[in-house]
Write a protein that binds this ligand. Sequence first.
Ligand SMILES: [Zn+2]
Length: 383
Amino acid sequence: MKIKKLITTIAIGVGLVAPIFNGNRTQVVEAASINSIAKQNSYVGVTFLYKMLQTQNIKYNKFYANGNKIKYRKGKPEGIVIHETATPGASAYNEAIYFNREWQNMYSYVHAFVDSKQVIQMMTPNYGVWGAGAIANNRFIQIELCQETTRNKFAKSVNNDAIYAAKLLHRYGITPVHASNTGKGTIWSHHAVSRFLGGTNHTDPDGYFSKWGYSMNDFFDLLKYYYDLQAGETVTSNVPDDNTTTDDTSNDETTNTDPVSQAPTGKRTLMHDAYTYNAQGQRTAAALKTAGTVVTVAQEKVINGKKYLQIGENEYVVASNIVGSNRVLTHNAYIYNTTGIRVGTTKLLKGKTVRTYGGRINIGGKMYYPIDTNRFVKVANFN
Ligand SMILES: [Zn+2]
């Protein structure tokens, strides 16, 4: 991180020397209660930065574009580095906006910012970031915890942090082993990276944690608790990329029971990630447009027997990405979010007609239909 941030970290660290000697006994009691407060909170889920920015018309400055891809040395992440921002008063939202705007100037980027209210994933963890020096950057996922001002909010924030990290471990098939004390394992504090691997000299999150009578050991316990809990869940606990894998919608018109009847024109939202096609129905080289993108539809056009909507000069998207198709549920169905996590306990009942958008989407190995930009129902429930 920036020099300024480093200085702040040291200042906080020094300021905390006194409270640390309050006695081990007190610390243990407090630490235990942070985790028990944490567990009383539900997870906030993941907010994807690029989607968040879309709603505010802010440009997403993609970190891993244009040759700036940091490939992991073993092809996938080997573990997770836990950071703390050392920036009092800055929420995950503040940090996300700031890093999106400034990363090219400050040579720093991470995979996610977490606070008591949000987990904002900045980019896919499939590639590395600039978070903890040259040795760690092509090995680990990097997550920043933001500072909170009350004990309850702190507990909430570490709860979100631990659940998110545990999901990532499952996603990449990583076993949680605490590395901060030994230099060997999969869960690292930034401090441990500085100590055992080098290439960086920060000591977070230790100083901030100890302010709350908390430690990396406590955090690891919480993470391990959720990792084990998630292992027993039937629902996939994967956290997808910011680019959810998607079928090419052009191959998925066979079950369309509600052919597009009226052409929607004007500003419309893509309900499914969509490729663009030319007037001959050939896919263009333009980047995939993600669900949630607002486009202006000029007209409907049938190309090779299939309905498209024109969104630019010689630029079309498959109509079902915007207007959807009605499908009848053959089973009661739960609703899932972009991470494949069930949203509440609301059940859509068997026999109900549901409007789905575009083709099937693979989330964590299971196939879903979008019913909204960030809500999904399993394809199996329509068979
Ligand atoms: Zn750090």
